[in-house]
Design a protein around this ligand. Structure first.
Ligand code: GLC
Ligand code: CA
Length: 548
């Protein structure tokens, strides 16, 4: 079978996507906040890394209550980030470098400062009233006991209409009512407007929550979710060659097959989190820290790899703007920072799916341990107050924050060892990680052994060998407590990936790869026998039989 057929000619299956959190990427005008012109100035860097597309966290107009995930105008750029012209220039300049721009669509809720909501709260008769989710009640008596993700009740009273509105996130993020066809039409028109501007795709924020039914306390996976998604896709995405990715915390493999059905009826791929939430106390919150159950991690990856093969498409990621830095979390950000960052990269990039690199991950950037005054994230700040009130000790709360705060991912990109890591000439909106003098892009670009070079090589390999895109998956040594090893096969090529997930030297019972296996990439200079894996050692081999 020829490759085009197997991959169904979808460019995004062999693509690697790079996520930019604009306010922390590069500041062009010295106000301490990253912006679009800053991104334009770094496109050559991204081209050098070799990525195919950039997922931009929201840059639309927003009061920034949740750093842009609260949009007050979907068809304008926030002045903090630049202008619509800057955005058009970014799309154009990226295009010249074969990089597509993926926008972040926040469609579950808008900002309370959006014109729709301003109208909606004026009266029950207002044509925009029904764009949001309202329930009657009396002040002080909530419609039910649902809680918002950032703390407090999920209901807010509006005296003008004598009703509560529903918000799954902050009070400044009222939920949109997808039951209303006029709202849906406005959303489609807005998306088509962006498509006409040349964007390459969309990432759909908490998309599994749009079909909420608060009376039944249903937040995600509501009964009408896939009906809404199919209509959305038909009216927008299917008209162009776009990549679409849905953030879905509640996705199972069965649901993921719907989201990412190869018939293209919904989205290109799903962005699900089952692997990334394993190191917390079961049934509790992410702040309730527990060691990583390594065997479970392997089981989850194996299940998703086999479950979606030929039936759907997954995202591959360790990091994003909501997650701590992976090298600090499951690697070692001390003595083995470089080795473990590369091991995690090699492990992930050998799998089936579309890899996402979150800004700074390609440098092995780490978590921070700030005092509470230095945190900016709404979720972190709420958590701090809430847990202190509940009687947790300050030390305990700070331990959770150091491990899990979203600000771990949001400290400025470390470009150089100059002032503020080269991120800004002004005062950064959030402190730069003090390790920028050791960890920065300048120090890594020209170094063949850097974490950056490892990512660059992995991206190149993925494009070269179809086995990365189409190969099936077989986990090896499933019961091994330290080693993550797997093979992938496609036609006559076989990929073998062997990773030591621990900081000790371990014995590996796998056979030495034969003469037909070539080492594609590893993270130690000298190749040794596979029977002894050094701390965090990772190796990727490929065998290609000669064509007849
Ligand atoms: C998503 C975003 C997160 C945001 C939330 C509400 O989970 O990734 O950053 O706070 O949705 O929009
Ligand atoms: Ca700026």
């Amino acid at each position: 079978m020829d490759r085009e057929k197997v991959t169904q000619n979808k460019w995004w299956k062999s693509a690697v996507i790079y996520q930019i959190y604009p306010r922390s990427f590069a500041d062009s005008n010295g106000d301490g906040i990253g912006d679009l012109r800053g991104i334009i100035s770094k496109l050559d860097y991204l081209e050098r890394l070799g990525i195919d597309a950039v997922w931009l966290s929201p840059v639309c107009k927003s009061p920034q209550d949740d750093n842009g995930y609260d949009i007050s105008d979907y068809q304008d750029i926030d002045p903090m980030f630049g202008t619509l012209e800057d955005m058009e220039e970014l799309i154009r300049e990226a295009g010249k470098r074969h990089i597509r721009i993926i926008m972040d669509l926040v469609l579950n809720h808008s900002s309370d400062e959006h014109r729709w909501f301003q109208e909606a709260k004026k009266s029950r008769e207002n044509p925009y009233h029904d764009y949001y989710v309202w329930r009657d009640g009396t002040e002080g008596v909530f419609p039910n006991d649902m809680r918002a993700a950032f703390g407090g009740p999920a209901w807010e009273w509006v005296p003008e209409v004598q009703q509560y509105y529903f918000h799954q996130f902050s009070v400044k993020q009222p939920d949109l009512n997808w039951e209303n066809p006029r709202l849906r039409r406005e959303i489609y028109d807005m998306i088509n407007w962006w498509t006409a501007k040349g964007v390459g795709g969309f990432r759909l924020d908490v998309i599994d929550q749009i079909a909420k039914e608060p009376d039944k306390k249903i937040t995600n996976n509501g009964p009408r979710l896939h009906e809404f998604l199919r209509e959305l896709s038909r009216e927008t995405f299917q008209k162009a060659d776009l990549v679409t990715v849905g953030e879905a915390w509640g996705a199972t493999i069965e649901l993921a097959k719907l989201y990412s059905n190869p018939d293209n009826s919904e989205l290109s791929m799903v962005f699900q989190f089952e692997h990334i939430g394993l190191d917390q106390v079961e049934g509790k919150e992410k702040w309730d820290l527990a060691p990583l159950p390594f065997l479970k991690l392997k089981e989850v990856f194996a299940r998703w790899q086999s479950g979606l093969h030929g039936k759907g498409w997954n995202s591959l990621f360790w990091n994003n703007h909501d997650l701590p830095r992976i090298v600090s979390r499951w690697g070692n950000d001390g003595a083995y920072r470089v080795e473990s960052a590369k091991m995690l990269a090699i492990l992930l990039h050998g799998l089936q799916g579309t890899p996402y690199i979150y800004q700074g991950e390609e440098l092995g950037m780490t978590n921070v341990q700030y005092e509470i005054e230095d945190y900016r994230d709404i979720e972190t700040l709420h958590l701090y107050e809430e847990r202190l009130k509940k009687g947790y000790s300050r030390e305990e709360v700070m331990r959770s924050i150091h491990a899990r705060s979203r600000d771990n991912a949001r400290t400025p990109m470390q470009w150089s060892d100059g002032e503020n890591g080269g991120f800004t000439k002004g005062t950064p909106w959030i402190k730069v990680n003090p390790n920028y003098r050791q960890i920065n892009a300048d120090g890594q670009l020209g170094d063949e052994d850097s974490v950056f070079s490892c990512y660059k090589n992995l991206i190149r390999l993925r494009k070269k060998y179809p086995v990365f895109v189409d190969g099936d998956f077989q986990m090896l040594l499933m019961e091994d407590e330290n080693i993550f090893a797997y093979t992938r096969e496609h036609e006559d090529s076989r990929l073998l990936v062997v990773c030591n997930f621990s900081g000790s030297t371990v014995n590996c019972p796998l056979e030495e790869p034969g003469a037909s296996m070539r080492l594609l990439i590893g993270n130690y200079r000298e190749e040794g026998p596979i029977s002894t894996l050094r701390p965090y050692e990772a190796r990727m081999y490929l065998s290609v039989q000669r064509e007849i």
